[in-house]
Structure formats: C-alpha cells, structure tokens
Design a protein around this ligand. Structure first.
Ligand code: NAP
Length: 285
C-alpha cells in the first residue's frame, strides 16, 4: 500500500493563520525587512511571496531591492540602518548575493536578534548548544510537519542527506535535540544507499533530482524532500516520486516543505518582535 503524502500547503496555511491571530493579539506593529541584490528571477519571486505572506498575516514589510552591481558597502550600510531602526523586527537577506559580495559578511552583519533566517553565528551557536532562539525556517518547518504527523523521533534513526548551514546542519541539530540518532551524509559519503536504508526518518536536502530511489528507503519510513530542482518536466525534489510506494509518509514537491518555509519565516518574525519589544529573556542570554 502506498504511503501518505504530507500536505505542506494545508499545514502552512494553518501556521500562517495562527501567526496572523497572534500578531493581532500582540497588538503592536510587526515588521519584516528584506534585502535583495541582483536580478535573479527566482529570488524576485521568492521575495515577493514573502511580502505577500507577511501582509496576509498582518506583518508590515519593507522591500529593499538593489541592482547587481551595487557595492557590498552600500548593502552593509542599509543592514546597519535596519539594525538600528526600532520599527524593524526581522531582517532577511535573500541569497544568493552577486559574486562580488561575501554572503557570510552580509548575513552576519544582521543583528542576531533580528536575524529571522537564523544564519548568524549567535543563532547557529545557540542551536548547537541546545538553546535555540531564531532557527532557519526550512528545517524548522520540517520539524513542525513531523510534529503534526506524530512522527516518533526519540530513539529513531534519522538520516539527513546534505550538510549546508541553511538546511542540513540545523536539520540534524533539531532532530538530535528530539533524541533521534542522527547521521549526516554529504557528497563524500560512501555507501549513501546503505545509510539511507537505515533511516526511520530520511531528509534529503541536496539539489539533485531523483537522488533518493525506492531501493534506498526502508519500508514505512518518513521521507522529507527538501530539494527544489527545475527540470524540463517541471519542479521536482531530490526524491524519486516512486518512493511513495515504499514510504509511510512523504512530502511532495511542490506543495511540501516549500510552503512551510515561508510560514516559519513569519513565525520567526513574530518571535523576534516579541522578544525584542517585550524585552523577553532569550535562552542562555
Ligand atoms: P547546498 O548548500 O548546495 O548543499 C547541498 C548539500 O548536498 C551539500 O552538503 C553537499 O555535500 C550535498 N551533496 C551534493 N551532492 C551529493 C550527493 N551526490 N550525495 C550526497 N550529498 C550530496 O544546498 P542547500 O541550500 O542545502 O539546499 C539543498 C536543496 O534544498 C536545494 O535543492 C535547494 O533548492 C533546496 N531548498 C529548498 C528550500 C525550501 O524551502 N523548500 C529551502 C532551502 C533549500 P558537500 O557539503 O560535500 O558539498
């Protein structure tokens, strides 16, 4: 019997609705600022979607877009202005940045209390130390999906394919915090299939269409496909669609992890606003 597909769109709508209600209850304006440099069409679409979703949830937004040739210093100055602006709660730098810019320099210039992407070393360090504050939205969305579907994590074998700072590493940390036994695989991993077959929870975050095939999946496993690949046959993930015949639960692409990412970004923006404006203690601070 084929497994069940997780409806990321429906869950994302639920999370966005919850955020909208909490923003209303909060009673103060909440504001997200985005910075986009260059003319990458996909980035422009992503940023516009983030603004639309913010407005729908009652979150104000500021949209800073710059031409590709903008000097890094100019962007850093805008980041500094937004850091100092008491009306701004969250700051997001859309990646990728043009080649002449150092992504780490720009993303780390964002004040960590406003770093709704969770990329700042302070936020990454807090996650590592088990005292998370702002966590990258994509792995956070995956955790929300697993929770919604009552996936047992304690003691389970979790295998994460991919070790990026944005997805793979924070994903592994979040699973570890829930007491899963976590294996992280990457491009130099030998016997990827053997690792994958052990997984009760398998997360693919690579960017290679069809990397995970049915023979790599344990029957009944939960398979989370983070990959987004534009191919001639449309948008596909890293997981072969036939895996649903073996998996117990699986996320589709599109309509799985993607919609959750924006929902969790809104949730992070509200969290940043609450902590900063109400002076709430941040764990470990
Ligand atoms: P990334 O920075 O390029 O990292 C890819 C990871 O995959 C690296 O750790 C790499 O290993 C590993 N890898 C490459 N080839 C491999 C192979 N053959 N076997 C095993 N591991 C391999 O990408 P990312 O930013 O993490 O994103 C991963 C995917 O998720 C992309 O398709 C991206 O578009 C998608 N994504 C989706 C969302 C969403 O909201 N749905 C959000 C973010 C990303 P090395 O470290 O050894 O190079």
């Amino acid at each position: 019997m084929p497994g069940e597909l997780i409806d990321g769109k429906a869950l994302a709508a639920k999370v966005r609705q919850q955020v909208a209600e909490e923003v209303t209850e909060f009673g103060e304006p909440v504001c997200l600022a985005t910075i986009l440099v260059g003319d990458d069409p996909a980035s422009h679409i992503y940023v516009s979607r983030k603004h639309d979703a913010s407005h729908e949830a009652g979150i104000d937004s500021r949209d800073h877009r710059f031409p590709s040739e903008t000097p890094e210093q100019e962007v850093l100055e805008v980041v500094a202005e937004l850091n100092a602006d008491a009306a701004v709660d969250g700051i997001l730098v859309q990646l990728p940045l043009p080649e002449h810019m150092d992504e780490a320099t720009v993303t780390r210039a964002v004040e960590w209390a406003k770093d709704v992407d969770g990329f700042h070393p302070e936020n990454a360090g807090r996650l590592f130390l088990g005292e998370p504050h702002l966590v990258p939205a994509t792995p956070l969305g995956v955790m929300r999906m697993l929770e919604e579907h009552d996936v047992q994590l304690e003691g389970c074998e979790a295998v994460v394919i991919g070790r990026s700072e944005i997805v793979g590493k924070p994903m592994a940390m979040l699973l570890l915090a829930e007491h899963a036994t976590v294996t992280i695989c990457h491009s130099r991993t030998r016997e990827l299939a053997e690792h994958a077959r052990r997984a009760d929870v398998l997360v693919a975050a690579v960017g290679r269409p069809g990397l995970v095939t049915p023979d790599m999946v344990k029957p009944g496993a939960t398979v989370i496909d983070v990959g987004v690949n534009r191919t001639e046959s449309g948008l596909v993930g890293d997981v072969d669609r036939a895996v649903i015949e073996v998996a117990g639960l699986m996320t589709p692409v599109p309509g799985g992890v993607g919609p959750m990412t924006i929902a969790m970004l809104l949730s992070n923006t509200l969290k940043a606003a609450r902590h900063r404006r109400l002076g709430l203690a941040v764990p470990g601070a």
